[in-house]
Design a protein around this ligand. Structure first.
Ligand SMILES: [Zn+2]
Ligand SMILES: [Zn+2]
Length: 384
C-alpha cells in the first residue's frame, strides 16, 4: 500500500498533468498503472508529497475506488489486491468533525453497494447485505450527530446534508438490489420526496455559496434515481426539472445527458401505459435501463432498455433514439454507459470539481410525445 501511495503521489505531483485531464480519463487503471511505473522510476525527492496532499492524491485514490468497483472480475489488473477495502463498523466514529472523513465512509459504503448490485445474488451477498445495512445505520447515526453539532448555514452542514441524500439513495439500492420487478420502487415515495427536497436545498445553498474545489458525490445521480424509479409523475417531473436546471458536469455524468436519458424512460413508460389506457404505470409498462450509447457523429443518444412485460420470458433488449446536441460541449467524450453504471444511477464516487456546462438538451424534447399522460405540464417544464 505504501508503494502504491508513493506511486500515485509521484504521478499527481507531475505538474504537466492537469487534474481535469486526468479526471476525464475513461480507463482509470491506465493512470494508476502509469502512476506505479512513474513511481518506480522517480527519485524520492521528486515526489513532493506535501504539495499534493489532500487534493490530487484524493483524485488518484478515487481512481482506485472506481477501478475496484468496475474492473472485470475475471481479469483483474495486477494491482487489484491493493484496492480491496474492508469494512469495520467499529471504525465509524460517533460523529464526524469534518466533511471529508464523512464522505470517505459514505463512499466506501456506496462502492460496496455497487458491488452488491452488480454481483450474482447468492448467500455470500445476503451476508454482505446485512453487514452493509449495519454499516449504513452506523454512518447515518454519526452523520445525524454531526449535523446536530455543526454550525448552521455552514459548508459543513451542507456537505453533511448532501451525504444524507446519498445515504437515502444507498438505502434504496440496498432495499431493491435483489428485486426482479420495478414495482418494488412503489414503496419509496417518501424517500423520493426527501431526496428531491434535499437536492433543492443543496442547489440553493450552492448558488449562494459557490466553491470551486471540494469533494462531493454529486447531485446528478440522486436526481436520476428519482426521475427513473419513482413512478409518481409529479415527483418525476420535479426531478427532471432539477436535472435540466442543474447544467453541470459530474465526471462522466452530466446533468443534461441524465435529463435526456431519464426523459426517454419517462416517455417510454407513459407511452406504453397510455396505449393500455392506464393513468398509472403498471409493472408491464415499466422499463429497466440496459445501456446507453452516445453517438457523437449522429448527434443522438441510443437508450437500450428491457420491458418488464417480457423481462422474465423474453429478456430482449429494445432501444429508443434521443436527439442530442453534443457539439456544444466538446469535453464530453463519453461513448458508452454500461448496465452496471446505470443500475447504480451513474454514481462513480467522489469528485472534486463540478464544471458548469451549456445546455445540450435537444430543443425537440420540448415537443412532448402525444402519448404522455400530461403533456401540458411537461411542455411548461422545458419552457421555463
Ligand atoms: Zn434538459
Ligand atoms: Zn440541458
Amino acid at each position: 500500500m505504501a508503494q502504491y501511495n508513493r506511486a500515485i503521489a509521484a504521478l499527481a505531483a507531475d505538474s504537466s498533468l492537469s487534474i481535469e485531464a486526468i479526471l476525464r480519463g475513461q480507463s482509470p487503471h491506465i493512470h494508476v498503472k502509469a502512476g506505479l511505473d512513474l513511481g518506480r522510476s522517480q527519485p524520492q525527492s521528486a515526489w513532493k508529497e506535501q504539495s499534493i496532499k489532500g487534493t490530487a492524491l484524493r483524485a488518484f485514490v478515487w481512481f482506485a475506488h472506481l477501478l475496484s468497483a468496475y474492473y472485470d472480475v475475471m481479469n483483474p489488473p495486477e494491482n487489484a489486491p491493493l484496492l480491496v477495502y474492508a469494512f469495520r463498523t467499529s471504525d465509524v466514529p460517533r460523529s464526524f468533525s469534518n466533511a471529508p472523513s464523512a464522505i470517505e465512509c459514505v463512499e466506501a459504503l456506496l462502492r460496496s453497494v455497487m458491488h452488491l448490485r452488480n454481483d450474482e445474488i447468492d448467500l455470500m451477498s445476503r451476508t454482505k447485505h446485512n453487514q452493509l445495512v449495519d454499516y449504513h445505520s452506523k454512518v447515518s447515526a454519526a452523520i445525524d450527530a454531526s449535523v446536530a453539532l455543526a454550525p448552521k448555514q455552514s459548508d459543513l452542514i451542507h456537505d453533511l446534508e448532501m451525504l444524507r441524500i446519498h445515504l437515502r439513495v444507498i438505502s434504496l439500492m440496498l432495499a431493491t438490489y435483489a428485486a426482479d420487478s420495478e414495482s418494488v420502487w412503489n414503496h419509496y415515495t417518501a424517500d423520493f420526496e426527501m431526496i428531491l427536497t434535499g437536492v433543492e436545498n443543496a442547489m440553493a445553498y450552492q448558488e449562494l455559496n459557490p466553491r470551486s474545489f471540494y469533494p462531493s458525490l454529486g447531485l446528478v445521480s440522486p436526481l436520476f434515481c428519482v426521475a427513473t424509479k419513482s413512478r409518481d409523475p409529479k415527483l418525476q417531473q420535479r426531478a427532471l426539472y432539477l436535472l435540466h436546471k442543474l447544467k453541470r458536469k459530474e465526471r462522466t455524468w452530466n446533468s443534461c445527458i441524465a435529463h435526456q436519458i431519464a426523459r426517454a424512460v419517462f416517455n417510454l413508460e407513459h407511452g406504453f401505459a397510455f396505449k393500455q389506457g392506464n393513468q398509472e404505470i403498471p409493472e408491464d409498462c415499466r422499463v429497466r435501463l440496459d445501456s446507453v450509447v452516445f453517438e457523437h457523429q449522429h448527434q443522438r443518444i441510443v437508450v437500450f432498455y428491457r420491458r418488464m412485460a417480457t423481462y422474465k420470458t423474453h429478456p430482449e433488449v429494445e432501444s429508443v433514439t434521443v436527439p442530442w446536441d453534443p457539439l456544444i460541449d466538446v469535453h464530453f467524450d463519453f461513448v458508452h454507459m454500461s448496465r452496471k453504471a446505470l443500475a447504480c444511477f451513474g454514481y462513480t464516487g467522489v469528485h472534486l470539481i463540478v464544471p458548469p456546462i451549456p445546455c445540450q438538451c435537444h430543443p425537440s424534447l420540448g415537443q412532448f410525445s402525444p402519448a404522455a399522460s400530461d403533456p401540458s405540464s411537461e411542455m411548461s417544464l422545458e419552457l421555463r
